[in-house]
Write a protein that binds this ligand. Structure first.
Ligand code: GLU
Length: 413
């Protein structure tokens, strides 16, 4: 049973290696990150005491270009989780055809219990601690769970101070005023909806009549719900870490999010049935969008999933055992490395704009994103038909082929 995300990432790699008949030397190299840096960051807390936080940066593979991947703040961050997430970033960048390798960072902390000043001091301390292996040509972090434009601005500022000049291209997901890209905030959710639109076409799901259930109400959950509702879908349920809400007649996403901003949770939103996160996943719907954390659809609940299509807004929400169950039940899963690749794709656009010092309009960004993701989706879908595997394996086949081609050309074997 693969509940540890690193074991999960290895199981997925091993399964694809069998299908691809992958060279054992390349396979062996892909199991491990190139480097994992652990740092201990002392932070002056508001009460005057010093607390030391533990953080990581895992750099998996850079055959295709500099390392790329977000940084998360969460009490459950662990070295294994960050390693797994860095492996998934390698595949994600490869599937999206970006010139990047994969990395991920994380700090063990609970930002919900910290003041803004404490979060700022932690962010600056962590970034300074990993700065030796970061940079626009080396490794370009971005946001992830519990980090957003605010933290990216501090990261960019801290790095620029260390260098003595502005280095906007060292991190993506920055606010637009300091070199962020138009369209980056909504990019992951927009990407989820684009892959949903393409998958719905293949499955014959009419989006104007579709019921959608979204787990998570962070950046990805909110924007996925919002973009799906722009296609005419009805969002019947949403949730966050405190619980979920359900209304078969549909939710007004903006009202739900305003309510969350006021009260701290979507739970308690008027005129809805209060449900748990577990119940939410098992609701009858056309499309289920898990956009929270790993390990949500497992061998325990997979046979109770009633959606026709699952779009993975989160990274690693479905375990390999659950994948098999869903596949046998005829439920299509558009895997994380494809479904949520819109975020890193617009991160790539942001980095390109930073390096050129020439900025694009929102229309240009959205148009480029749509074309990039449709191409990636069709590439994976063709592989799915050709190899008769599930969509995750098809995405892995595409991703691994591109990475291993680069590794072989560079003589890494
Ligand atoms: N954290 C996001 C992801 O998992 C974005 C990464 C990035 O933009 O570099 O894809």
């Amino acid at each position: 049973m693969a509940e540890n995300p690193y074991e999960m990432a290895l199981e997925q790699l091993n399964k694809s290696a069998r299908i691809l008949n992958l060279d054992p030397n390349l396979h062996e190299m892909l199991k491990y990150p190139k480097r994992v840096l652990s740092v201990f960051v002392p932070v002056r807390m508001d009460d005057g005491s010093v607390k030391v936080f533990k953080g990581f940066r895992s750099q998996h593979n850079d055959a295709l270009g500099p390392f790329k991947g977000g940084i998360r703040y969460h009490p459950n961050v662990s070295i294994e989780e960050v390693m797994a997430l860095s492996i998934w970033m390698t595949w994600k960048c490869s599937v999206a055809n970006l010139p990047y390798g994969g990395a991920k960072g994380g700090v063990i902390c609970n930002p919900k219990e910290m003041s803004i000043g404490e979060i700022e001091r932690l962010s600056r301390g962590y970034f300074a601690a990993i700065s030796g292996i970061i940079g626009p040509e080396r490794d370009i972090p971005a946001g992830d769970v519990n980090t957003s434009g605010r933290e990216m601005a501090w990261f960019m500022d801290e790095y620029s101070k260390l260098k003595g000049f502005n280095v906007p291209g060292t991190v993506t997901g920055k606010p637009v005023a300091i070199g962020g890209s138009e369209g980056r905030i909504e990019a992951t959710g927009k990407g989820v909806s684009i892959s949903g639109r393409e998958a719905a076409k293949k499955l014959g799901i009419e989006l104007r009549k579709a019921d959608i259930v979204v787990q998570g109400a962070g950046n990805v959950g909110y924007w996925s719900a919002k973009c799906m509702s722009e296609y005419g879908c009805k969002i019947t349920a949403m949730s966050d870490s405190k619980g979920g809400i359900y209304n078969p007649n549909g939710l007004n996403i903006d009202h739900v999010v305003q309510f969350k901003e006021k009260t701290g949770s979507v739970a308690g939103f008027p005129d809805t049935k209060q449900i748990t996160n577990e119940e939410l996943l098992e609701l009858k719907c056309d499309v289920l969008i898990p956009s929270a954390l790993e390990n949500q659809i497992t061998a325990k609940n997979a046979h109770r999933i009633k959606a026709r299509l699952v779009l993975e807004g989160a990274n690693g929400p479905t375990t390999p055992e659950a994948d098999e169950i869903l596949h046998h039940s005829g439920i299509m899963v558009v895997p994380d490395i494809l479904a949520n690749a819109g975020g890193v794709s617009v991160s790539y656009f942001e980095w390109v704009q930073n390096l050129q010092n020439y900025y694009w309009t929102k229309e240009e960004v959205n148009d480029k994103l749509d074309r990039l993701l449709v191409k990636a989706f069709n590439n994976v879908y063709d592989t799915y038909l050709k190899y008769k595997v599930d969509m995750r394996m098809a995405a892995y086949i595409c991703a691994i082929n591109r990475v291993t081609e680069a590794m072989k050309l560079r003589g890494w074997r």
